[in-house]
Design a protein around this ligand. Sequence first.
Ligand code: PRP
Length: 209
Amino acid sequence: MDNFINIALPKGRLGDKVYAALKQAGYPCEALEDPGRKLIFENPEAGVRYFWVKPSDVAIYVERGAADLGVAGKDILLEYAPDVYELLDLGLGKCRMAVAAPKGFRDDTRRTLKVATKFPHIAGSYYTSLGRDIDIIKLNGSIEIAPILGLSDVIVDIVETGSTLRENNLEVVETVVPISARLIANTAQFKFKNQKILAIRNSLAKILG
Ligand code: PRP
């Protein structure tokens, strides 16, 4: 795909913020600001082509070279370990991966701990590092319900404001890892389009730094 730098943006609030920074950095795209149902937009003068994709799919587009650059949460990078370069911590979309449980929960270490999560790899490595025996229950959303219904003892999930936990009478037991959005690059394209990719990375660093 040509001389353009192809950039996968995560659809939603984070993507909007990232695009605002890219625009300020000298990579605007007028078409993207009045998108309708279109998903691909380009600005030949600035040499960029943007795609909106599902946030959890960005790393797949970048790993397979359908996008040269993308923005993905550290949670996705830790969970799926895609073969991409992480170029910059954008400092946006800050939250944390945490263990949470019903208020007053006490871990009985004689029993296997039941852990519900969308992130089995992150949860698994965390408890392995503690030497704690667990049973992982992989769910796809609304994780907070699991301990309330007795499906699990605890959850490992993203906590941003903490209001989802509060409203469901859960509390953070432990932080697993801080999370934020990262600029990622396809490894082959990083070599072929090195100067252009670094120019984008550096101007974003200046604006967000
Ligand atoms: C995430 C996460 C929590 C919530 C945390 O869910 O899984 O449920 O946000 O945010 P808070 O601390 O600000 O309340 P998301 O909105 O991505 O939905 P999902 O559970 O359907 O994936």
